[in-house]
Design a protein around this ligand. Structure first.
Ligand SMILES: *Cc1c(COP(=O)(O)O)cnc(C)c1O
Length: 374
């Protein structure tokens, strides 16, 4: 048996779309496939503007520039996240301030945010872990009261929502990832959702190397020039053509992933009752996207043994994250607010099970091995 942890799903139309992009004779960014993807994202999320980027990392970097984050500013975020959440702000000279997570959803604990706010705090960057929404009502209320920006790291959360509102489209800005380990993919890829309309014009400029080229193409100005800082954050049409095939099947991909997720959840219920593991918690007001199925084992020793046993039968499971506050760069650039006991504990206990479209055919066998490796 060889069950990979992840297997990128292809719809079958990707190469045809790429051939179309080639036939169109437009391979740089912002051609017809990019427009198709952007309009789809805007329609599905309600974001005023969706801009395709090379990655979610690039979208986070754009968000940090748009938020005008300055050296010494502070940005509140979880420590239990991927490096890009923090790195995008550290690149601007800001200090990531790490707050502990909730023991149920493993999302930032909204009740700890207010105590971490100082006069240098500029923004909150909630991460919707596993595509399950953070407590956005509370987070937005805190942000409004303290005049902070909210930049949602919705890398894992495409097609998921909180109280009916699509994740990534609730804060002032949101970022999505189309990395091949995510639900909807283009190899590398991402998007910036600009929800607060006054950022839209500058977002286009930052993405186009600091020029007003997008306005020029729309005929709004008669020449384009360097007007602001920026970089090249836009993907070419080959990537967008690939992504366009994926978004057509976004609903079906999500449905299939949810079916696999639900199968795991049902079959592991008894082991949870027996105290051998803890299953993911999804609050009733969150519609998740089955980005991830993880389990929490009793401790690090159990997890190491579990991963080893499954590897021996050819099933690949993985753990993450090394908490950012304990990583070398996190210690250099960031600051932990408190001891983060939940983060430290979960980082030792969590393991992710294989979840990809097609797994359903062998999932019963995988589950048997999971149960016998507990
Ligand atoms: C995957 C991920 C990212 C980075 O996405 P890329 O598209 O690979 O840059 C950022 N944040 C979180 C929470 C992620 O899961």
């Amino acid at each position: 048996m060889n069950i990979p942890f992840n297997k990128p799903y292809m719809t079958g139309k990707e190469l045809w779309n790429i051939a179309q992009a080639h036939a169109n004779g437009h391979l740089a960014g912002d051609g017809s496939f990019t427009k198709r993807c952007s309009r789809w994202l805007e329609a599905r999320t309600g974001a005023g503007k969706a801009l395709l980027t090379h990655s979610c990392t690039a979208a986070l970097e754009m968000a940090a520039i748009l938020a005008d984050i300055q050296p010494g500013d502070e940005v509140i975020m979880p420590s239990y996240t991927f490096v890009s959440t923090a790195n995008a702000f550290a690149l601007r000279g800001a200090v990531p301030v790490f707050v502990d997570i909730r023991p149920d959803t493993l999302n930032i604990d909204e009740n700890l945010i207010e105590a971490a706010i100082t006069e240098r705090t500029r923004a909150i960057a909630p991460v919707h872990y596993a595509g399950v929404g953070c407590e956005m009502d509370t987070i937005m209320a805190i942000a409004n009261q303290h005049k902070l920006l909210v930049i949602e790291d919705a890398a894992q959360a495409v097609m998921a929502n909180y109280k009916g509102r699509p994740l990534g489209a609730i804060g002032h800005m949101g970022t999505l990832s189309f990395h091949e380990t995510k639900n909807i993919i283009s190899g590398e890829g991402g998007a910036l959702l600009v929800n607060a309309p006054h950022y839209a014009e500058r977002a286009e400029i930052i993405r186009e190397k600091g020029t007003n080229r997008s306005q020029f193409f729309r005929g709004q100005v008669d020449k384009y020039t360097w007007v602001d800082i920026g970089s090249s954050y836009l993907p070419g049409e080959i990537i967008a053509a690939f992504l366009a095939a994926q978004i057509e099947e976004a609903d079906s991909i999500t449905r299939q992933r949810l079916a696999i997720w639900n199968t795991y959840h049902q079959w592991l219920a008894e082991a949870e009752k027996a105290g051998k593991l803890r299953r993911p918690v999804v609050p009733a007001h969150c519609a998740h996207n089955a980005h991830m199925y993880y389990i929490l084992l009793p401790d690090l020793a159990h997890r190491t043994a579990f991963i080893d046993k499954l590897r021996k039968v050819g099933i690949n499971t993985v753990f993450h994250y090394i908490p950012l506050h304990s990583a070398p760069a996190g210690q250099r650039y960031g600051r932990a607010h408190g001891d983060l006991p939940v983060t430290n504990e979960m980082a030792d206990r969590l393991v992710r099970l294989p979840l990809w479209v097609g797994l359903e055919e062998v999932q019963a066998e995988v589950i048997q091995h999971v149960l016998s490796s507990l």
